[in-house]
Design a protein around this ligand. Structure first.
Ligand code: C2E
Ligand code: MG
Ligand code: MG
Ligand code: MG
Length: 291
């Protein structure tokens, strides 16, 4: 009896594994044509500054809407893209699209910058820096308008090479942010060597951030670390007013999360930005000036 049960369990496990592999294989194949089939698009999650409650920054997040399979989460397809190296083309598509978008928005809105997630496989690619330079030049996007988010885990894999890449990016003038900070056991000595601008506090700390909790103390410590290293601190995954208040009281610089807004399409995002004064828009100023 026990034996047949064991067998059943074994074959169930086998089926699951097979289904997982099939789905993976299927997604990888579909992902190859996702760009040309126009299935990828970008959404933007606003970042709110604690100092004045204004929005002038966002994080861009990739979405895949497959005609038959529906919406597929980046949590599922980004790892597939990374393992199949499709991430290089997809990542370049993201960079090019967001740079174009930033340049357009900069004409009309008080947008400061947009942060974009890049995969370790993209950064490790020889051509990454020159592709980025190309994209910036082609789109007219200034490097300072772009912030690159990289997870802390990435850095630990190959610290010397990765620090070198970060230094070259910094020299180019883009801002650098360490994403999901606090969950990947990176050593503080490696962090000290990185030319960073931003620390992003991982949402797992924010989630359990209640007054006096251990997570609260960790959040306090990370914000202090950021302050001492002259880095900006950004909290992600803020869902409640209580969490927001703790982060504010601790001196965090910015937050993003469902409390203020989910990631939204570009049209919705710009409604949260302040418009530029008319006089600053060169091609409009003539028409609107009293004669
Ligand atoms: P991430 O960079 O840490 O992005 C934050 C994730 O938290 C996003 O999930 C966002 O939608 C979600 N989020 C925002 N506010 C809240 C909140 O209040 N509560 C909760 N529970 N979640 C919140 P998303 O969009 O599913 O992206 C997941 C991950 O996929 C990202 O994590 C990032 O690592 C990766 N990713 C997304 N877009 C790209 C991309 O263009 N390139 C690369 N390489 N990775 C990407
Ligand atoms: Mg991110
Ligand atoms: Mg994050
Ligand atoms: Mg995260």
């Amino acid at each position: 009896r026990a034996k047949s049960q064991g067998k059943q369990r074994y074959s169930l496990f086998n089926n699951e594994l097979l289904n997982n592999n099939l789905r993976r294989y299927k997604l990888e194949n579909h992902l190859k044509r996702a760009i040309e089939k126009n299935e990828l698009h970008l959404v933007y999650q606003p970042k709110v500054a604690f100092a004045d409650s204004k929005v002038d920054c966002a994080e861009v997040l990739l979405r895949w809407q497959h005609t038959k399979l529906g919406a597929i989460s980046p949590v599922e397809f980004i790892p597939i893209a990374e393992q199949s190296h499709l991430i290089v083309d997809i990542g370049n598509w993201v960079l090019e699209s967001v740079c174009k978008q930033i340049v357009e928005w900069k004409q009309h809105y008080q947008l400061d910058r947009v942060s974009v997630n890049v995969s370790p496989q993209q950064l490790a690619h020889m051509d990454f820096i020159s592709s980025l330079e190309h994209i910036l030049r082609r789109t007219g996007c200034q490097p300072a308008w772009l912030e690159i988010e990289q997870t802390e885990g990435w850095m630990m894999e190959n610290p010397d090479d990765n620090i070198a890449v970060f230094k070259r990016l910094k020299a180019l003038g883009v801002r650098l942010s360490l994403d999901d900070f606090g969950v990947a056991y990176s050593s503080l000595s490696q962090i000290a060597r990185l030319p960073l601008d931003v620390l992003k506090i991982d949402k797992s700390f924010v989630e359990y951030c209640e007054v006096g909790s251990r997570e609260h103390m960790i959040v306090r410590t990370v914000i202090q670390l950021g302050r001492n290293l002259k880095l900006q601190t950004v909290a992600e995954g803020v869902e409640t007013e209580a969490q927001r208040q703790i982060l504010d009281a601790e001196g965090c610089d910015m937050y993003q999360g469902y409390l203020f807004s989910k990631p939204v399409d570009g049209k919705t995002f710009v409604t949260m930005l302040e418009k530029k004064p008319q006089a600053d828009i060169p091609h409009c100023s003539k028409e609107h000036q009293p004669s």
